[in-house]
Design a protein around this ligand. Structure first.
Ligand SMILES: Cc1cc2nc3c(=O)[nH]c(=O)nc-3n(C[C@H](O)[C@H](O)[C@H](O)COP(=O)(O)O)c2cc1C
Length: 186
């Protein structure tokens, strides 16, 4: 679709995720892709980069990632708020969200079958590691094998440029805080 993408060295992959944005998790069942909103996602290790996600075991996303062992973490910005709510309120068990929603995707570099959501600002391609379950949620450990972002998302200091790429932070329901300003301690 022509989105400009720059590769992110794996040592900085956690900087795409470490400040708590809501994400879109993309998966495939082998034929059909799916994408779901996930607020419960955070870095868990730097070297190698690993993220942890809490995903309800009844979701199509969990079925897919368990079957294929891969998932994409796509980091949206404020302009994607309707997409986040769409992906977070429809299930791949019932609908083909990518097709019905006309969601532009491209495919992974580490995993050519993995759909990535083109309108997002950063992308992490992950391999699923052994995890555990907490009640109805699978605690998914995901090792990042490739990372990329739109040019300029990470500044020269590898800090997310929230002024130009404002992120969404989930408050509950359809409500989000938008991150736009950096304050720096000494
Ligand atoms: C803003 C937002 C955040 C969400 N965060 C999570 C989450 O962290 N974990 C989860 O299992 N579901 C979460 N959900 C719910 C799923 O996105 C939703 O149930 C979705 O329909 C699952 O789709 P799937 O069956 O295609 O995987 C969230 C929904 C919204 C709107």
């Amino acid at each position: 679709v022509g989105t400009l993408v720059e590769k992110v060295d794996l040592q900085w992959a956690y900087r795409l995720l470490g400040f708590g944005p809501v994400v879109l998790v993309s998966t495939t069942d082998g034929e059909k892709g799916d994408v779901s909103a996930v607020a419960w996602c955070a870095p868990a290790e730097m070297d190698p980069p690993v993220a942890m996600l809490a995903i309800a075991t009844e979701h199509k996303t969990y079925e897919n990632l368990s079957r294929t062992g891969i998932l994409g973490i796509n980091v949206p910005t404020a302009e994607n708020v309707d997409l986040v709510m769409y992906c977070g309120t429809k299930s791949g068990h019932e609908v083909d969200k990518i097709r019905d929603g006309n969601i532009p995707v491209r495919f992974g570099e580490a995993f050519p079958s993995l759909p990535l959501i083109d309108s997002c600002a950063a992308w992490l391609e992950c391999k699923v590691l052994p995890g555990t379950e907490a009640g109805g949620h699978g605690i998914v450990m995901a090792e990042v094998l490739a990372a990329s972002c739109r040019p300029g998302v990470l500044t020269r200091n590898h800090i997310w440029d929230v002024a130009h790429y404002p992120t969404l932070h989930h408050l509950g329901g359809p409500h989000f805080v938008v991150g736009t300003r950096i304050v720096s301690g000494r």
